[in-house]
Design a protein around this ligand. Structure first.
Ligand code: SF4
Length: 695
């Protein structure tokens, strides 16, 4: 890749990293990308980009790319390069043998938010036809599945309520468990512009993220709560609003389910939700909680933005519903400048979930138990659809160790690095008879695989990503595929080899047409329409032919907004004398998730290793020195990192990132998970830290 010269053509496409979904022009000279230029008409980025998107695409042509399919009989054997057909036949034979021996439900797949919606759709369809079960799950399981559950329960659909531009009319911005300047930089800039214009900022986060104090912006309130106490905090906000008559009675009466509101109101008024009581669990002074709650309820348009610091908890779903309750009760929903807005980690988390890649849902969040939905898909796909939900990812691991789950197709996710309790995941992977990994690189999971399907980078893909504001963005091929075929074609070949010949798409545009036909919220969407008009936000159908920037304007998708009682239940992960600190995790600006892509770019020059942030008082008590190695021990395992002594963390809380496999942060995380969705509780692990020798 050269980074200079005059391009001879440009291709308009979409960044493959975070959920902002910035539009870029890939500038090409011959068959080389020479530059990525943010598109000034990009509706999510308006000509802006961040350091990840602009400079981190070198991985697409990195020498580590695997470009030929590979197979091996045993995971201790060396890989053998073969043709696509041989790899597909090998995989199909193994999967069929597994099902014959262990039953129809002994195999399944995990789809990826790094792939296009068309690629995800093909995998979902393969599982529900050729595999003949619902054992399909998505990597959103370990990030935003509580968003899906919580917003569906309260509002009636599993998606954020606003477009990004809506923040320009927010008077109060409430950020909970998110670090937009590092994880969603382009949207963070838009938010900062609004804050500089005078909008007030409240931050609920155990760590002093950059936005707490950044040039010309100073948060009105930073509530550095103890990890795991979000639900107590949101209930206290609601308590203050209810007790001080700050609720929007007219909105509640007109738009919400009144019996559920009355039950919720009785609950939030309870003394256990008062700032004084909540101060005991959160560690935040009652007067700070009360002042922040008053500002949210009385400051004009109040918008909530949240991230994985909300969802990756044992009460992740409860917290999402708690925020929805608060927004409805104060009338902060259904217009610009307000809402409940998940900041999605990966580029296509929203799209992957929209495509029905959860084991209990078809596309558009229709339950597999819904007779009409099942009949629709049974007829369209020519296979009777199963009413029994399939396994979630953690169930797949547990069943593998129990001996009944034996085959897995993993599309673009590195579960051996990204999922919690690594030793448990590795034991599950070792127990399986057939693992097919589809990825750009030989990732950590590939160590346990029998078949490797090389994937395509975003510069080779043809399809769509859907960003955090439900925007369907086109991804167009700028380079020819290094693997010879698109990823959906590999899935289709496997599907055919397993006996389902009815999957016979000729293009990804044809897959999009099928998505539109079977998914009411996408009814008007096609590649042709997106190419002619640019991106749109779903729902885009007869009711909303131009798409839908703001949801729930005249009524909630479910009819009346539903209040849910959100009782705070402390996590079972407790500190004690042996493990007195809480470890929480996050991300850094220059790296993206497990780093498989960004580590293969110049971004690693800025962030070559993960470190442990520790408060000076905790460091001093343990003889830990800045820049020296420390061991971090939990009930699950031990890792070694360099210490960064910093007062960004409150005493008693330590913090790290997980961008480098050698860090192995998930060796220490636990199997605790959200009660409703099994999303892992990455954000709360009891640990002890001690000086260590150099690794
Ligand atoms: Fe935009 Fe996110 Fe890509 Fe940065 S990483 S360019 S904010 S989509």
């Amino acid at each position: 890749v050269v980074e200079h010269g005059v391009p001879d053509r440009t291709v308009l496409t979409t960044c493959a990293y975070c959920g902002v979904g910035c539009s870029f022009k890939a500038e090409l000279k011959g068959d080389q990308v020479i530059r990525m230029t943010p598109h000034k008409d990009g509706k999510a980025n308006h000509g802006h980009s961040c350091v990840k998107g602009r400079f981190a695409w070198g991985y697409a042509t990195h020498k580590d790319r695997i470009t030929s399919p590979m197979i091996r009989d045993k995971i201790t054997d060396p890989w053998r390069e073969v043709s696509w057909q041989e790899a597909v036949d090998f995989a199909a034979t193994k999967l069929k043998a597994t099902q014959e021996k262990y039953g129809r439900k002994s195999i399944g797949a995990i789809s990826s938010s790094r792939c296009t919606i068309e690629e995800v759709w093909a995998v979902v369809k393969m599982v529900r036809t050729a595999f003949g079960n619902n054992n399909i799950d998505t990597c959103a399981r370990v990030c935003h599945s509580p968003t899906g559950y919580g917003l569906n329960q309260t509002f009636g659909t599993s998606a954020g309520t606003q477009d990004f531009d809506s923040v320009e009319e927010a008077d109060v911005v409430l950020i909970i468990g998110a670090n937009p300047t590092d994880a969603h930089p382009v949207f963070a800039s838009q938010m900062k512009r609004r804050l500089r214009e005078g909008a007030k900022l409240i931050i609920v986060d155990p760590r002093a993220i950059d936005l707490v104090k950044t040039p010309h912006i100073s948060a009105a309130h930073h509530l550095p709560l103890q990890p795991g106490t979000n639900v107590a905090m949101v209930n206290a906000f609601a308590h203050v609003a209810a007790m001080e008559n700050l609720l929007d009675e007219a909105f509640i009466k007109e738009r919400c389910d009144l019996p559920s509101f009355k039950e919720w109101l009785d609950f939030v008024k309870g003394e256990e939700n008062s700032p004084e009581e909540v101060s005991k669990s959160t560690g935040v002074p009652a007067e700070d909680i009360r002042a922040a709650a008053r500002l949210y309820a009385t400051g004009g348009n109040a918008a909530i933005y949240y991230g994985l610091g909300v969802t990756e908890h044992s009460q992740g779903s409860t917290m999402v519903m708690g925020m929805a309750n608060l927004a409805m009760a104060t009338g902060n929903i259904g217009r610009r400048g307000v809402g409940v807005n998940p900041l999605r980690g990966q580029n296509n988390v929203q799209g992957s979930c929209d495509m029905g890649s959860f084991p209990h849902e078809f596309s558009a969040y229709r339950s597999v138990k819904d007779d009409a939905a099942r009949a629709l898909f049974s007829k369209a796909w020519g296979r009777e659809q199963d009413a029994e939900p399939g396994y979630r990812i953690p169930n797949m691991f547990d069943e593998a160790i129990a001996g009944s789950y034996k085959g897995l197709y993993v599309q673009g996710e590195d579960i051996a690095q990204s999922d919690p309790n690594t030793l448990h995941v590795e034991a599950a992977l070792r127990a399986m008879d057939c693992i097919i990994v589809q990825d750009l690189f030989l990732n950590e999971t590939a160590r346990f695989a029998h078949v490797f399907f090389p994937g395509t980078s975003f510069l080779e893909k043809d399809g769509c990503f859907i960003n955090a504001e439900r925007r369907i963005n086109r991804v167009r091929p700028a380079l020819r595929t290094q693997t010879g075929i698109q990823e959906w074609e590999a899935t289709q070949m496997l599907c055919n080899a397993l006996g389902y010949a009815e999957m016979n798409y000729e293009s990804s545009a044809e897959i999009m047409d099928e998505i539109a036909e079977l998914t009411p919220t996408f009814a008007h969407v096609s590649h042709k329409m997106l190419d002619e008009r640019g991106s749109v936000q779903w729902p885009c159908n007869d009711d909303a032919p131009d798409g839908t920037p703001i949801m729930h304007v005249d009524g909630f998708v479910r009819g009346k907004g539903l209040f849910v009682v959100t009782e705070y239940v402390p996590t079972t992960e407790k500190t004690n004398r042996k493990f007195p600190l809480i470890l929480t995790t996050g991300r850094i600006l220059s790296q993206y998730n497990v780093g498989a892509q960004t580590r293969r770019t110049h971004n690693s020059d800025w962030h070559a290793e993960d470190v442990l942030e520790i408060h000076p008082s905790d460091a001093q008590a343990r003889g830990v020195q800045d820049g020296h190695w420390v061991s971090i021990r939990s009930r699950k395992g031990e890792i070694t990192l360099k210490a960064l002594v910093s007062d960004r963390m409150a005493p008693g809380v330590v913090y790290t990132t997980f961008h480098h496999p050698e860090t192995g942060a998930n060796v220490v995380t636990t199997e605790n998970s959200d009660w409703a969705t099994s999303c892992p509780e990455y954000k709360v692990t009891a640990v002890e830290v001690a000086p260590a020798n150099h690794k």
